[in-house]
Design a protein around this ligand. Sequence first.
Ligand code: HAM
Length: 411
Amino acid sequence: MNDLLPETVDTWQGVERSAREVFGQYGYREIRFPLVEKTELYARSIGEATDIVEKEMYSFQDRNGESLTLRPEGTAGCVRAGIENGLFYNQVQRLWYAGPMFRHERPQKGRYRQFHQIGVEAYGMPGPDIDIELILLTARLWRVLGLKGLRLDLNSLGTPESRAGYRSALIDYLSMRRHELDEDSLRRLSTNPLRVLDSKNPSLRDVIEQAPELPAFLDEESRTHFAAVQSCLADAGVKFVVNPRLVRGLDYYNRTVFEWTSDRLGAQAAVCAGGRYDGLVQQLGGDDVPAVGFAIGMERLVELLRVDGEAADAHPRLHAYMVTADPSATCSAIRLAEELRGRSLRVLLHCGGGSLKSQLRRADRSGAHCAILVSKEMPVAVKMLATGTQTEMERSAVGDYLQLHCSDHGS
Ligand code: HAM
């Protein structure tokens, strides 16, 4: 679990602002739901036999003896909130959320126990058009952030029935080659065989490569849906790779699944992942409402921006650093600073006294455009810190002066 220091937070805020703007362009609205839910919500949605539920959840009993869990992802909580608040009743919803998630994984670069996601979920739309919209939205966000070179993998998991057919074919095949599997895959063979395809163990590469492929088991409707997603994305100029091995680590998916990855992130390459989950709302007690969504891993996205050197700097430069020649001018300085802030200027007031020289040294280090020097009797002096030019003026003239001379695009 990481501390995020102010310098990093600046970048995070830049990303969050861009995401919020792009989501707004597509008509998505923010939803906020709790960090803690009943454990059973995650077991029922993500799946009992998934890594997350089996071994990664931070679960605890509260004082009533109820088992609660720190959210390992946002989709389940979003669906729960939507059902409880009647959001899915006869209407479509386009929602987004952002915040911390918790998984007790083995920490490594790009994989943390508290990490942050920005997620998007769309409800009530069964067709391929909304799948395409979500992918175009992510592609636009990468463009806005200046991210290049991400790879988009797509697959279709079909219906639960076609997936079950595939699952049993895969079990037959993997059982035949049981002696070549490692311990983890043997365990998955009986609990969650599709996850064997996700194994990173190089000695399993052969087994995985020769495994039956999911597309051969797709039903007609899922095939048509997937074909529409592909042709429309191609038409919109989005490059993608159909990857029949993309199965995802959570159980609720059907039909379209996708993942954006980067080869600059090492082993934890997925920056954004998601897909359709048409059965989940009903499974959790709601109506039969189709759904699709994705989540972006903030830590990985920010790391990519750092590598690419295009990190957005959200920290606005101070217009002025206000210093006082003597303590008796403090009240007057505070009043002026408040007046200037009332005009939307950013003014840092030096607190803690010290010599004028040391206060001006701090002003230099603050990165502000100018220092404002307030003394009891004299007019106010404004010193441009880049040039050293100092101008005296009445306090009533300072606001206009700053607005003219301290713009973020000028000096
Ligand atoms: P997920 O693939 O488990 O999907 O996570 C989505 C993204 O969160 C990953 O691609 C990765 O960038 C980031 N992520 C996951 N675990 C970690 C970790 N331990 N440390 C850092 N980053 C991590 C979901 O969570 C689904 N709820 C996505 C979704 C939304 N599907 C439909 N709607």
